[in-house]
Each structure stands twice: as structure tokens, then as C-alpha cells.
Design a protein around this ligand. Structure first.
Ligand SMILES: *Cc1c(COP(=O)(O)O)cnc(C)c1O
Length: 484
């Protein structure tokens, strides 16, 4: 470690301390809420403080307030834990302190993205010529992709949105099936507005109803239209029928965008690839590397078939440029100017894992999700609402009492599991009932974890049952007292 600044050495020590507690600590945070703000609060000094003391104290206060989303038994959202190689590459990014706005500003930072993007297109079965932008996540990937879509569907009708804005132009409509909130927010950011969104019904088995999509498209012939499809929705991991949906959308000259934040990675597995059949026929795709690829936050990407539309929507006027021939400037393709060199951890992770490594993570998560949902379903008073298609499933906990409130019971059991600390799950509402979402997206989760989690859930169910019985006894004896 000769030559390394003591601050960086301290960081390594603190990381060692944090990571060594991983096998024993609860997944939930020990502390949360406003109390934490108070713990961080201090008078900002005039003369500054010793950097080593600052780092140690910050870590001491922070660690109890961390939700360990990178834990092997975290099943709350599709978050995924970062691989060590990815974390290490991310440290290098910080230490190199690169700004990858333009090639001239970080030649290596820009170049590595070119290679990482090509590998991703290949792994995910996207067109080799599609343009790309690395973004903070899928949210901004939607913004980039839909900005390209907005440009294309309007310029084809004689309207230049980049100079004229949207007011007075032909109104865009956006047809969606299963969708994530980030898609709606991208539509807001782009000034299209959520009133432009038309929800197309889904089939009971999951996936957009392509016939109804066709009906909708026929309702507004000639209108500038974007169709947003989903590769892996958050409830069941359902996939739309991309081939059929692209056929009908393109017949009507609509732009097809795919949200594949995590689901697009199914294409990296020969076993799950058939779910994404036809996806290469879409016009744009948004995905994340910080979920299933197990890269630290924050990195997602947009891919766009129509490079010209992508560039027209994003490019910076030439006056700002330092010319370097044959290379691209990232700020011509993404929404940011200055930004971190987020291509490095992606590059290192892909290179470390190789094709089989990426497929292995996807397949292991899907297998563990199936096992976990099946074993939870075998517990008393557990109902499986959705079997995983990939790595997402839904269960709920049934109240066996005479006036059952399954929603309240489900919330209570989830709270008991979280408090127990062996695992972490969150609630969702699916088809008007409260459910527990089971998302398996950590590269470390194994069969022993599944067994541990099933035990934890069994204990939580019992604990809630005991609580309810105690309360009933109390209320009957309490009732007697008031009566008497
Ligand atoms: C996580 C997620 C998003 C949002 O991605 P961010 O990287 O958090 O911006 C969008 N769509 C789906 C399906 C997701 O799972």
C-alpha cells in the first residue's frame, strides 16, 4: 500500500469492517428516519476536520442506517448485489476522477463504453448498428430513447420538435401495456404528458393483448405514436409478444420502445432467450447494468435503432467541441454533460463473467425464485399469486380467522419478516390485493439461502398468528371488564 493516501487506506479498512459483518447482520437497517438526520448533523466547522476522523465517524453513523440491498437474502426490489470485480472497477473510476463528457476529456472513459456497448448489444440480441448512451439508470434511458422516438414521429410529420417544441405540433400518443412508473415520468419529462398515454389491456397470462393494441392503433391512423412494451414486468416478469406487437405497430408507423430494465438480460441465457423473441425488431431499448449484471449504481443504457433520430434528439452544437476524428463524444448521445466514467465497471464485469457467467447469474436467480415461491406456497395459509416466469413472483398470506383480512395479514407478515432480519421483502398491490413481491436478483443467493428464508417466513407467520390470538384474548377479557 506504499504511496496510497491514508484516506484511501482508511476506506479500505472501513470496507473490510463492513463486509466482514455481512453473514451475521440483519438485512434491514438498524436505524432509519429523522433520527439518522440528527446523527449526521453537526455544526459545519470553520477550519475543517481531520479527514480520517471524518471518514470513520461517517461510516459509524452510516452503517446502522444502511438497508443491505446487496445482501444475498434481499428480495425486496430488483436491485442486485455488486460483484467484487465491479466494485473494484468502480473504485478505479473514482480514483481516476474522469469526466467522460467528451472523448477529448477522457479518451479511455469514452473508448471503453464503445466496447462495453457492443458486448451488451451482442449479449442481448440487439441490432449491431444500434446507437447507445450510458445513463444513470433505466429512468434516464427511457428519456433518451423516447426523446429519439419523439423526434422521429414528429419529424416524419413535418414537425421539428428540437427547435419548435411541442406546442402547436401534432399530439403524440403513447400506447402501453405493463409498465413501470419511470416510463410515465419519462413521458412527463419530454412534455408529451401522461394524458397522451393509452393503456392497452394485458392478457390474463401476462403480456400486452396484441389484438387490442391493433384496435388502438387503428383508432388514430396517421397520429404520431409510440408503443411501449415490457421485457419482464415487476410483478411476474411477464414478457410481451415482441414479434407480433412490432408487426402491428410498424404497420401503423409507430415507434416501438422496450423497457427491459432487468428482463432484457434474459436474452443472455440460452434457456430464457425465447422469452425475448422478436425484441430486436423494436426501435429502442432501455436497460440497466446495476440490476442483473451486478454492477454498482448508477449505470443503465439506452439503445436506439435510428441513430440519426437519437443524435438529433441529444447532440450538442458543434461549437463546444474539441475535434477528435473517428471517435464519439458521449454528450452527443446522453442527457448529461459532465459525468462519471460508468463504462469501466460494466466493461470489467462483462469481461470477468463472459457469456456463460452472465447467463449463469440470470439462470441461478430464476431457479432460486421458482424454488422460493414454490416452498413458500407449501407453507400453511400462503397463496401463490404469480409463479415466476423469470426471477419475479408474488405470494400473499391468508388470514384464517372468521372475518379474514388477507391484506392486513400480508402486511403484518411482511413486517415480521423484515423485523426478524434474515431476509427483506416488500409489499405491492396486484389486481387489487396486497401481495409480497419475491425478487431474486443477487448473484450470491443459493439454495441454503432459500431454506433460511423459508424458515424465517414460517416463523413470521407463526409470530403474527400468536399476536392475533393474544390480541383476541385481550379484547375478550377487556370486553368483559367494561361490561361488568
Ligand atoms: C428498475 C426498473 C426501472 C427503473 O430503472 P432505474 O435504473 O431505477 O432508473 C424501470 N423499469 C423496470 C421494469 C425496472 O425494473
Amino acid at each position: 500500500m506504499r504511496g496510497m493516501e491514508p484516506e484511501l487506506e482508511r476506506a479500505v479498512e472501513l470496507v473490510e469492517r463492513y463486509r466482514s459483518t455481512a453473514p451475521h447482520r440483519p438485512v434491514r437497517p438498524a436505524r432509519a428516519g429523522v433520527a439518522l438526520v440528527e446523527e449526521f448533523a453537526a455544526e459545519l466547522s470553520d477550519d475543517g476536520e481531520d479527514p480520517l476522523a471524518v471518514l470513520s465517524r461517517m461510516a459509524d453513523v452510516a452503517e446502522p442506517g444502511l438497508l443491505h440491498t446487496g445482501d444475498r437474502r434481499f428480495f425486496g426490489w430488483v436491485i442486485g448485489g455488486a460483484l467484487p470485480v465491479a466494485v473494484a472497477a468502480d473504485w478505479l473510476v473514482a480514483a481516476w476522477d474522469q469526466n467522460v463528457a467528451a472523448h477529448a476529456c477522457s479518451p479511455a472513459g469514452a473508448a471503453v463504453e464503445e466496447v462495453a456497448a457492443a458486448w451488451i448489444r451482442d449479449l442481448l440480441g440487439l441490432p449491431a448498428h444500434a446507437s447507445y448512451a450510458f445513463t444513470t439508470g433505466c429512468q434516464m434511458a427511457h428519456v433518451v430513447a423516447l426523446a429519439a422516438a419523439r423526434h422521429r414521429v414528429l419529424v416524419d410529420r413535418g414537425w421539428d420538435v428540437e427547435s419548435s417544441g411541442l406546442a402547436g405540433g401534432p399530439p403524440i400518443r403513447v400506447l402501453v401495456g405493463a409498465h413501470h412508473e419511470t416510463l410515465l415520468r419519462a413521458v412527463r419529462f419530454l412534455g408529451i404528458g401522461t394524458d397522451a398515454i393509452v393503456e392497452v389491456p394485458q392478457r390474463t397470462a401476462g403480456g400486452i393483448d396484441v389484438e387490442r393494441l391493433g384496435d388502438e392503433l387503428r383508432r388514430g391512423p396517421g397520429r404520431p405514436t409510440i408503443v411501449a412494451l415490457a421485457a419482464g414486468d415487476l410483478d411476474r416478469g411477464a414478457f410481451d409478444d415482441f414479434a407480433a406487437a412490432c408487426d402491428v405497430a410498424h404497420e401503423h408507423e409507430a415507434w416501438v420502445h422496450v423497457d427491459g430494465a432487468f428482463g432484457l438480460w434474459a436474452a443472455a441465457s440460452p434457456r430464457f432467450r425465447p422469452l425475448t423473441e422478436g425484441i430486436e425488431r423494436a426501435d429502442s431499448w432501455a436497460t440497466d447494468m446495476h440490476k442483473w449484471l451486478s454492477v454498482p449504481y448508477d449505470v443503465g443504457a439506452a439503445f436506439v435503432r435510428d441513430r440519426d433520430a437519437h443524435r438529433a434528439a441529444m447532440a450538442i452544437p458543434a461549437a463546444y467541441k474539441v475535434e477528435t476524428t473517428g471517435v464519439r463524444d458521449p454528450f452527443d448521445w446522453g442527457p448529461e454533460w459532465s459525468r462519471r466514467a460508468r463504462g469501466f465497471p460494466v466493461y470489467a464485469t462483462l469481461r470477468h463473467l463472459g457469456r456463460r457467467g452472465v447467463a449463469g447469474i440470470v439462470e441461478a436467480c430464476c431457479d432460486r425464485a421458482r424454488e422460493l415461491v414454490a416452498q413458500l406456497g407449501a407453507l400453511p395459509n400462503v397463496e401463490v399469486l404469480a409463479e415466476p416466469i423469470v426471477n419475479q413472483g408474488l405470494v400473499r398470506f391468508l388470514d384464517p380467522g372468521p372475518a379474514p383480512d388477507h391484506d392486513a395479514r400480508t402486511r403484518a407478515v411482511i413486517a415480521a419478516i423484515v423485523a426478524d432480519g434474515r431476509a427483506w421483502f416488500g409489499p405491492t398491490t396486484w389486481r387489487s390485493v396486497v401481495a409480497m413481491r419475491v425478487s431474486v436478483s443477487n448473484w450470491q443467493t443459493d439454495a441454503a439461502d432459500v431454506a433460511t428464508v423459508v424458515e424465517a417466513v414460517r416463523d413470521a407467520i407463526r409470530q403474527v398468528e400468536d399476536q392475533v390470538e393474544d390480541q383476541e384474548e385481550e379484547s375478550t377479557s377487556g370486553g368483559k371488564r367494561t361490561d361488568g
